[in-house]
Design a protein around this ligand. Structure first.
Ligand SMILES: *[C@@H]1O[C@H](CO)[C@@H](O)[C@H](O)[C@H]1NC(C)=O
Ligand SMILES: *[C@@H]1O[C@H](CO)[C@@H](O)[C@H](O)[C@H]1NC(C)=O
Ligand SMILES: *[C@@H]1O[C@H](CO)[C@@H](O)[C@H](O)[C@H]1NC(C)=O
Ligand SMILES: *[C@@H]1O[C@H](CO)[C@@H](O)[C@H](O)[C@H]1NC(C)=O
Ligand SMILES: *[C@@H]1O[C@H](CO)[C@@H](O)[C@H](O)[C@H]1NC(C)=O
Ligand SMILES: *[C@@H]1O[C@H](CO)[C@@H](O)[C@H](O)[C@H]1NC(C)=O
Ligand SMILES: *[C@@H]1O[C@H](CO)[C@@H](O)[C@H](O)[C@H]1NC(C)=O
Ligand SMILES: *[C@@H]1O[C@H](CO)[C@@H](O)[C@H](O)[C@H]1NC(C)=O
Length: 481
């Protein structure tokens, strides 16, 4: 489905690609894949169109569980990978120079359902060459809907791979994959050329929701379809919230975001409807990932300007606040700058097992309250774009065609190599082909000789015909054939 983003750059790109590719173009800024589904369908409630995953992966088997209430349709079908390969990859189109939200959902099914995923299972999911997450469901209490999100920038890419890597237990599976184009200016840290980061979501919170509300909202309330989770006191793991209370249904004037402003993440209007209000907020969130100590945080504050339409007759508000997360502290001026109702700290260092947040105001006798509407934090990683040397990719591509191994998708060497080849990861070159017992047939392609770094080739126990190509004599490093 084609949704337009209010970003002239993205819009232009999208339209020109459409023109170029014709009406069958797959490229859109929203891609919603229901893995294992048998037919595409419209999600009437959300207003989103879901596709099957047939066009994006060549391996695995599809499974369908019996539908029951309370779960979205996508969670009842999944693709499972009991296959011969240690790595199974989806390849999905992206628009170049665009920031994306990538979301994956995993639901192993309920106890007693015939087609539920067998536990225990653990595996890693990667995109490009980054570890996205490690999934682990060991017992029936892990039979819950798990949602992972990441934000990255496409740069020159026209497609990205998302791979499931076989773990130590069970059979990897996946329920849905969603790609959402984000506005041009958002999550700027992902698009610093030469120092690009990928963000993996820790929490995205809509502050001030009512007690007992464990839900989240998404599209169409957030036009970019981020999930905003509620923060009921009963669930939110506060150590303390000082003096805050919840306020609901505050309506006030919104301003057209200035799309040229760096750091603007375009939080949805609905985030601003309720809030925490108090003289100071201080809370701690448990740290979920240990493989980085850097996080990116964004705070969204109510517009507190005097001409705002909010009914704040019972509150008087601060102009300056001090926000501290981890080791970073800064003042945010809330009062009179038109758009300054957000704050982003791109480079917070974690020093223990918690993420400490403190929002307070400077001492000023006229001030009383702070309103906090939304908060996001992400774990931050260098964008790992390692890939196999391009000539080796082309040569091995020819090999996949000759030997009918085309269901091997993704990069040959990264983030882990296919189990039938070995790579020199520092040089990004393919070193060994271990094709014994692969049931491959046909002639040995001349093009193997393009893999000039090969030291070993194993082709025994297959149905190969014809001579060994003369060109192999050009492989000076070849020791074993
Ligand atoms: C997942 O990735 C982590 C980090 O690279 C690694 O330590 C772990 O062994 C992997 N686990 C599986 C199941 O592949
Ligand atoms: C947010 O509010 C503004 C002003 O009321 C409105 O123009 C805009 O369409 C709203 N955005 C969404 C996505 O509802
Ligand atoms: C604001 O609230 C007060 C008291 O609740 C009410 O009297 C007043 O009319 C409200 N103002 C607006 C603009 O809604
Ligand atoms: C303002 O405070 C008064 C008295 O505490 C309360 O009755 C009223 O509902 C409050 N109004 C709003 C808009 O919160
Ligand atoms: C939050 O920051 C303010 C200002 O720096 C400080 O006075 C207050 O003690 C802090 N609160 C906590 C719980 O650390
Ligand atoms: C705030 O400032 C006033 C005047 O400078 C001072 O009297 C008061 O003690 C201060 N309050 C706090 C909590 O520091
Ligand atoms: C592989 O062989 C085909 C035909 O023999 C040739 O067109 C192609 O360029 C070769 N590829 C490489 C990478 O050498
Ligand atoms: C081997 O490949 C042939 C055709 O290429 C196929 O008919 C046969 O089923 C395969 N055997 C195995 C064990 O996969």
């Amino acid at each position: 489905m084609a949704r337009l983003i209010y970003s002239s750059v993205l819009l232009t790109l999208y339209l020109s690609l459409q023109a170029f590719l014709g009406s069958n173009a797959q490229l859109t800024d929203f891609l919603s894949i229901d893995c294992g589904a048998t037919n595409p369908y419209n999600d009437v409630q959300l207003g989103l169109k879901w596709e099957t995953d047939d066009n994006y992966i060549k391996t695995g088997v599809t499974k369908r569980m019996k539908e029951a209430q309370d779960f979205p349709k996508q969670l009842y079908s999944y693709r499972s990978f009991p296959s011969r390969s240690n790595k199974n990859c989806y390849i999905m189109p992206v628009i170049t120079h665009t920031t994306y939200l990538l979301r994956v959902r995993l639901f192993p099914g309920v106890v007693g359902e015939k087609y539920s995923v067998a536990l225990p299972v653990d595996f890693n999911v990667t995109f490009v060459s980054n570890l996205f997450f490690t999934y682990s469901a060991l017992t029936d209490k892990d039979r819950v809907d798990v949602i992972y999100e990441s934000v990255f920038h496409s740069f020159q890419r026209e497609e990205i791979s998302l791979c499931l890597l076989q773990g130590s237990k069970g059979t990897p599976f996946i329920n849905s994959i969603e790609l959402r184009g984000l506005p041009d200016t958002s999550y700027h840290v992902t698009r610093d050329v030469g120092d690009a980061k990928v963000l993996v979501l820790g929490e995205r919170l809509n502050m001030g929701t009512k007690p007992g509300d464990n839900s989240f909202f998404r599209y169409p309330d957030d036009e970019f379809d981020r999930f905003w989770w509620s923060t009921p006191r009963t669930r939110f793991p506060f150590n303390r919230v000082d003096g805050s209370s919840m306020i609901g249904d505050l309506f006030f004037k919104f301003y057209e975001p200035n799309t040229n402003r760096i750091g603007e993440n375009w939080p949805p209007n609905r985030t601003y409807i309720d809030a925490w209000v108090g003289p100071e907020f201080s809370f701690e969130l448990p740290r979920k990932r240990e493989d980085t100590n850097k996080i990116y945080t964004a705070f969204y504050f109510k517009d507190v300007r005097p001409d705002s339409q909010a009914n704040f007759s019972n509150y008087s508000f601060v102009e300056w606040i001090t926000v501290t997360v981890g080791d970073v502290s800064d003042n945010i001026w809330l009062c009179c700058l038109r758009d300054e109702n957000w704050g982003v700290f791109e480079d917070v260092q974690l020093y223990d097992r918690f993420i400490h947040v403190n929002v307070s105001h400077k001492n000023d006798s006229s001030i009383e309250s702070i309103v906090l509407n939304g908060f996001e934090y992400y774990y931050k990683y260098d964008f790992d774009i390692s890939s196999t040397y391009s000539r080796d990719i082309r040569a091995v591509g020819d090999l996949l065609v000759s030997f009918q191994l085309e269901d091997f998708q993704g990069d040959p060497c990264f983030p882990v190599s296919w189990d039938w080849l070995t790579c020199d990861l520092d040089a990004s070159r393919i070193q060994k082909l271990k094709l014994s017992h692969m049931n491959i047939s046909g002639p040995i392609p001349e093009n193997i000789s393009s893999l000039v770094e090969l030291t070993e080739i194993y082709l025994d126990n297959n149905n190969l015909e014809g001579p060994i190509p003369y060109s192999l004599t050009s492989l000076t490093k070849l020791r074993i054939l």
